[in-house]
Design a protein around this ligand. Structure first.
Ligand code: FDA
Length: 395
């Protein structure tokens, strides 16, 4: 005889950042389901193990979406200061690293423990190693078939919150299930693509010999610029400036790179020519750039000999080589290396207040599965906290 179904008020699919936050702020009768063996795996590996859990300057302008207004309501009702307050109440030590980015002093596991404690306080039940096989709505309740630690279980719920995250890093549990559920219930998706991801270049770019070197840079893709570090890799370019620009880049587009954007190279090189004209260009450039990069640029512009022998015209050409690189990436490192998925469940059919579906009452979408993607720097977690909290207020 078939087992009777377990009945819950709400089932949250995904024990990641958004799902746990939602469970912590929802009413009673919540079950959180996750196919992984541990909750919050992305939190655990985030920020180099220290979790950049929010950004002091987070605002709607730090997010990309087909509807840039959609995130405003949740972000303004549950702000970075609310989350910072929660972290402080749990006695978790943290610090600002740079640009308003807040990291745990000790470990990202502190954030996971905090969310689990909050879920516990709210009375939420957590099922791990549990996979959703099917979901349907019978007109009054959701009916879910779940494989829980190898056994088939039936679950019913009045409400379902989809918090399955995006497609990046499949090896730690990312799946496309959230998008599939969205389609099943009539939701459109915007194009999904890897974002906050290193860019790759053909062999002719020859970055491999510079691999491991970093420099401050301004990287521009499709009119949006970021001033942060650029890192050379074996296959192309990475570092925060490139990861940020990758969210704006599309196949076939070029990017521009300006090394050391704070430096007026023409004036600086004229000054060095007057004061230290017997030095060569590569040596002088090491004032601003790593030695191997300085040597490569000097070789590329064909500047040998003393600085004193270079005319203003040559100095202008050299300045252009340092400040106006036009590069054409061949691709990205893909979901294997992407921190997030750009795009997702179209916001037009979601309530910006509650994240509830306009097509299926009782169905909610939160976190990365939604077409709201943050910049690098703690913004994606802030969206997970704000959207999870917003749905939690309604259920
Ligand atoms: P999240 O991915 O956290 O959770 C989804 C959950 O659903 C997972 O637990 C998964 O196992 C589960 N799931 C998926 N499919 C399922 C299925 N079919 N059945 C059952 N369960 C399923 N952001 C930031 O702000 N600061 C940072 O420092 C970093 N650092 C960082 C580093 C790395 C390496 C990555 C990959 C990402 C980041 N991010 C980040 C991004 C951040 O991790 C991400 O935006 C949030 O975790 C999204 O939260 P969600 O809850 O939406 O998804």
């Amino acid at each position: 005889m078939a087992q009777p179904a377990d009945s819950f008020e709400t089932v949250i699919l995904g024990a990641g950042a958004a799902g746990m936050m939602c469970a912590a702020h929802a009413g009673p009768g919540v079950l959180v389901l996750d196919h992984s063996a541990n909750p919050g795996e992305k939190i655990r590996i985030s920020g180099g193990g220290r979790c950049n859990f929010t950004n002091m300057y987070a605002g709607p302008e730090n997010f990309i979406s087909a509807n840039p207004h959609f995130a405003k309501s949740a972000l303004s009702r549950y702000t970075q200061w609310d989350f910072i307050d929660l972290v402080a109440r749990h006695g978790i030590p943290y610090h600002e690293k740079t640009l308003g980015q807040l990291f745990c002093d000790t470990s990202a596991k502190d954030i996971i423990a905090m969310l689990l404690a909050e879920m516990d306080r709210a009375g939420a039940v957590l099922w791990l190693r549990s996979t959703l096989d099917e979901i349907a709505h019978d007109g009054s309740r959701f009916r879910l078939s779940v494989t829980r630690e190898g056994r088939s279980v039936r679950v019913t719920a009045r409400q379902v919150v989809v918090a399955c995250g995006g497609k990046s890093i499949p090896k730690i549990g990312a799946s496309d299930q959230g998008y599939r559920i969205a389609r099943q219930f009539g939701h459109a998706l915007t194009e999904t693509r890897p974002a906050l991801v290193p860019l790759t270049f053909g062999a002719e770019a020859a970055f491999a010999e510079l691999s491991g070197l970093a420099s401050p840079a301004r990287v521009t893709a499709n009119g949006t610029s970021f001033d942060e570090a650029l890192l050379f890799t074996h296959r192309g370019l990475s570092g925060p400036a490139i990861l940020q620009a990758s969210s704006y880049w599309r196949e076939g587009d070029g990017i521009t790179v300006r090394l050391c954007p704070e430096t007026d190279f023409f004036t600086a090189l004229r000054d060095r020519r007057a004061r230290a004209g017997r030095r060569d260009l590569a040596t002088v450039l090491t004032e601003w750039l790593p030695k191997r990069l300085a040597q490569t640029i000097a070789a590329q512009v064909g500047a040998t000999g003393n600085l004193a022998d270079l005319s203003d015209t040559r100095l202008r050409e050299i300045t252009a080589a340092l400040t106006d690189w036009h590069l054409k990436p061949t691709g990205t490192e893909g979901y294997r290396k992407a921190e997030v998925t750009l795009g997702g469940v179209e916001t037009a059919a979601l309530s910006s207040r509650s994240m509830e579906s306009a097509h299926q009452p009782g169905l909610y979408f939160i976190g990365e599965v939604v077409d709201v993607t943050g910049w690098l720097g703690g913004y994606n977690f802030q969206w997970a906290w704000s959207s999870g909290w917003a749905a939690g207020q309604e259920i």
